[in-house]
Structure formats: structure tokens, C-alpha cells
Design a protein around this ligand. Structure first.
Ligand SMILES: NC(=O)c1ccc[n+]([C@@H]2O[C@H](COP(=O)([O-])OP(=O)(O)OC[C@H]3O[C@@H](n4cnc5c(N)ncnc54)[C@H](OP(=O)(O)O)[C@@H]3O)[C@@H](O)[C@H]2O)c1
Length: 431
């Protein structure tokens, strides 16, 4: 039986998970692949660190070059994170002709094109299933299972941390800060949660999915991104009364002869839609293919084991490609849309939910309505809990569809009304 020698760079959450999963299922994989998978070396920052998953001391190195430059290593698995050294590692491995498996979405989002070019040049493939939606094999699906479809619409709940926070706020009435603290206490959020709660992590992922679906690489700055910091328990309560849940939702929409729309923002999702019931740290992707119709993928989007499972899938693909000398079988990324373009957010047409803190006195609602009318936006419904005249009261408006540019203008004008404080807009996705 052929042996594939694996060098893993990073022995933290995911690296430890991969080592443990290979211990558990390496023999099963070998019998399925007819290839033996052997962890030959592991690079970490500190040899002395206490680890939840014990790593064999004789395999450890603190110098990643010892792995990348070792002729006995057949396959490099990059699980260190970051975009600086990790880029150097992946480029060096590819240039040395070694296939690379990575879980690093930020690295791909920012440097994907450069890495794919290096992979093309050297003929060593790059595998990145674990970079999006953890245990859901969505990259394989887009590249292989759904290859015969135009993906016309894709919606994704792609950040388990945000979904956990919003679920806590919804179900337990927590405020944003309390829900973040709970996510940190349960190990779902970093000490600095900004990559998650400001939407960047999920934006990287939706950009990768959009790139695969539409055949041109989508740079992170082209993905309109908004996080969940402005969502309050009152919004979740109003949304509930109106028949919605609030989710941090990635969207990729492609109408014929129009630029592709790629966005990441919180959105009201009708309770009747299957994505509304995706709670806690789970991820889900709902997409429409022109041949297939609607389809849904659901599962754990992150965490040690779900991510390790995706890495194992890539290791298996790489091992088979090494065995059959077929690195071109499924290329890392095949650009197939030379004129691909991302549309500007201003041109996107959405429906909106608007929360206003207004002074409860006659004429205020009229002022708001006429400001909206000036921007050609009409009100679909109003939710106003009983207030006390002369006091401030919260008001929720559902607005009919309008271009983002008009909504932005209206929001600015409403913000200037003396009787209105803190107008907050959340988009509504009616699928
Ligand atoms: N955690 C998840 O649930 C998850 C899910 C999907 C994707 N990912 C991605 O997977 C990657 C790894 O994430 P993680 O959560 O496993 O991170 P982590 O727990 O912080 O582990 C990083 C590992 O890399 C090692 N390392 C860092 N810099 C190094 C260097 N210069 N040389 C050698 N080793 C170095 C660290 O060594 P020490 O242990 O000695 O510090 C550590 O073992 C990231 O790209 C992340 O975005 C993570």
C-alpha cells in the first residue's frame, strides 16, 4: 500500500482535531483509499505548550520550513491561520510541488488568486473544503456535485458565532454584549469577537462561495459587509411579531446579464423559511440551481471535529491525486467567467425593516412617512407598542422594496428629524 507522508503546520484547535481524527479513522480511510496516511511532522509555535490533544513530541518542530522543504513530506496541511506567514508557507509548499490542504478562509479570500496561480504553475493542487461552513462539504458540492447548474441564488448562514449570539438574544432575551460573553464562555467566540460580529469572517466565506459559483475570484472588499452589533433584543422581538427571525445572511444572486450581487448583512428571514429555524452554532446554505431547483445543506459550521472532518476529506482527495498522479482532476479554482462583475450595493433592490425611537406626539409618523415618500419608498406596515404622549417610544416600520441608494438617502433624512432618534435599518429577505 502506498504511504502519503503528511506535514501539518499548526497543532491548535483544528490541527489537534485532525491528528485525533486520523488516529481514530486513519485505518478506515486507508482501507477506503488504499493509501496509508502518515502524520510525519507537525509544526507549532511552542513545543512546551499544554495541549488538549497530545501531539507526539518526536514529530514536533517550531520551524515550518523543515516540513515544506523536507523531500519525504508529500502533502502539507496548513492549519496555523493568519495571512502573512501562512501565505509564505502555502506558496513555498506549492512552489516545491507539494499539494496543500488549508482551512484558512482569510488567506484564500485575500490571496486566493496568487495561490491558485502558484498551484497552476507548479501542478500541485490546493484543497480548501474546511475554509467554508466547517463540516458541510459545500465546496465539493459547488465544484463537483452541482457542476451542471447555474447557481442563480445562494443564501448562507456562515458564521456559527453570530448565529449563536442572535439565537441567545432571541430565545433568552439577552442583550448583544451578554450574548457575546455567553458565546465566549462556551468557546464559540474569540476574546476579540470583531472578525465574527462585524461580519468579516462570514464575508470571506460568502466571497469564496460566490467565486466558485460564478467563476471569477471575488475580493473581500467587493463584498458589501455589515455585522450584527446594531441588532437589539427589541429588533428580534419586533421581527418575531412581524413573522420573522433575524440572521446574519450571506447572499449571492445572479440575474441574467446583470452583475452578481454578493453581500453579507443581518436580514429578517420569514419564519416559514427553512433558514429561519437554523439556530445556535449551526450553519446552513440554501441555494437554487437552474437544473436542480432548491437545495439545502445544514451542519456544524466550525469547531474542532467538524472542521477536522472537512480537512480529512481534502487529505483523502489529495492522497488519491498523489496516488493516481491526477492533480488536475479538480483544479483548485477554474476561472470561467472573464467578464464577471460584482454589482454596487446602491443598485440592489431590497425590502427593509426600520426601527425608530420617536417622540410620541401628533404628526411624527407623518414626517417619517413623507420623508420616505420623497425617496419613493412606501410603508407596508407599522408596529407601535402603546406609548405615553410626550415620551419616547419605539416604532417598527416594514417598507416595500426600493433601491439601496434611495433607502440610504431616506435614512439620512429621517436621522435629521428632531423627533426621531437612532433610526436603524435591517434588510428583509423574502427569497
Ligand atoms: N477553530 C475553528 O473552528 C476553525 C474552523 C474553520 C476554519 N478554521 C481555520 O483553521 C485555521 C486554524 O485555526 P485554529 O482554530 O486551529 O487556530 P489555533 O488553535 O490558534 O491554532 C494555530 C496553530 O498554529 C500554530 N502556529 C501559529 N503560528 C505558527 C508558526 N509561525 N509556526 C508554526 N506553528 C504556528 C500554533 O502553535 P502553538 O499551538 O504552539 O501556539 C497553533 O498550534 C485558521 O485559518 C482558521 O481560520 C478554524
Amino acid at each position: 500500500m502506498q504511504t502519503v507522508n503528511i506535514g501539518i503546520i499548526g497543532g491548535g484547535t483544528v490541527g489537534g482535531g485532525v491528528v485525533r481524527a486520523l488516529r481514530r479513522n486513519g485505518a478506515l480511510m486507508a482501507s477506503r483509499l488504499d493509501v496509508r496516511l502518515r502524520v510525519a511532522r507537525i509544526a507549532v509555535r511552542s513545543r512546551r505548550k499544554k495541549r488538549a490533544v497530545k501531539l507526539p513530541a518526536d514529530l514536533l518542530t517550531t520551524d515550518w520550513r523543515e516540513i515544506v522543504e523536507d523531500p519525504k513530506i508529500d502533502l502539507v496541511v496548513e492549519l496555523m491561520g493568519g495571512t502573512t506567514t501562512a501565505k509564505e508557507v502555502v506558496l513555498a509548499a506549492l512552489r516545491a510541488g507539494k499539494p496543500v490542504v488549508t482551512a484558512n478562509k482569510a488567506l484564500l479570500a485575500f490571496h486566493g488568486e496568487k495561490l491558485f496561480a502558484a498551484s497552476e504553475k507548479s501542478g500541485a493542487n490546493l484543497y480548501y473544503e474546511a475554509s467554508v461552513a466547517g463540516g458541510i462539504p459545500i465546496i465539493k458540492l459547488l465544484r463537483e456535485g452541482l457542476i451542471g447548474n447555474h447557481v442563480t441564488e445562494l443564501y448562507g448562514i456562515l458564521n456559527g458565532t453570530c448565529n449563536f449570539i442572535l439565537t441567545q438574544m432571541q430565545e433568552n432575551g439577552m442583550g448583544f454584549d451578554e450574548a457575546v460573553a455567553e458565546a465566549q464562555a462556551q468557546g464559540f467566540a474569540e476574546a476579540d469577537p470583531s472578525m465574527d460580529v462585524d461580519g468579516h469572517d462570514a464575508a470571506h466565506k460568502v466571497g469564496i462561495l460566490a467565486s466558485l459559483a460564478h467563476g471569477f475570484w471575488v475580493k473581500p472588499k467587493r463584498v458589501f459587509t455589515e455585522g450584527i452589533r446594531h441588532v437589539t433584543p427589541q429588533d428580534l422581538e419586533f421581527a418575531d411579531q412581524l413573522g420573522y427571525r433575524i440572521k446574519l445572511l450571506g447572499t449571492v444572486k445572479a440575474a441574467k446579464d446583470a452583475p452578481v450581487q454578493v453581500t453579507m448583512y443581518p436580514a429578517l428571514v420569514p419564519k416559514s423559511h427553512v433558514l429561519a429555524s437554523v439556530g445556535g452554532v449551526y450553519n446552513a446554505i440554501y441555494l437554487k440551481g437552474d437544473v436542480l431547483g432548491d437545495t439545502l445543506y445544514y451542519g456544524q459550521g466550525a469547531g474542532q471535529d467538524a472542521t477536522a472532518s472537512a480537512v480529512l476529506g481534502d487529505i483523502a482527495d489529495a492522497a488519491l491525486d498523489l496516488k493516481h498522479d491526477s492533480p488536475e482532476r479538480v483544479r483548485a479554482f477554474t476561472p470561467h467567467e472573464a467578464n464577471g462583475e460584482i454589482g454596487a450595493i446602491d443598485d440592489v433592490v431590497n425590502s427593509y425593516y426600520l426601527r425608530l425611537n420617536v417622540l410620541d406626539r401628533p404628526g411624527v409618523l407623518n414626517q417619517v412617512a413623507s420623508t420616505l415618500a420623497k425617496a419613493r419608498i412606501s410603508i407596508a406596515s407599522v408596529l407601535q407598542p402603546e406609548g405615553q404622549e410626550g415620551k419616547n417610544v419605539l416604532l417598527a416600520l416594514m417598507l416595500h422594496a426600493a433601491p439601496e441608494a434611495s433607502m440610504a438617502k431616506a435614512l439620512k433624512a429621517i436621522g435629521k428629524l428632531a423627533a426621531v432618534k437612532k433610526p436603524t435599518m435591517i434588510r428583509v429577505e423574502n427569497f
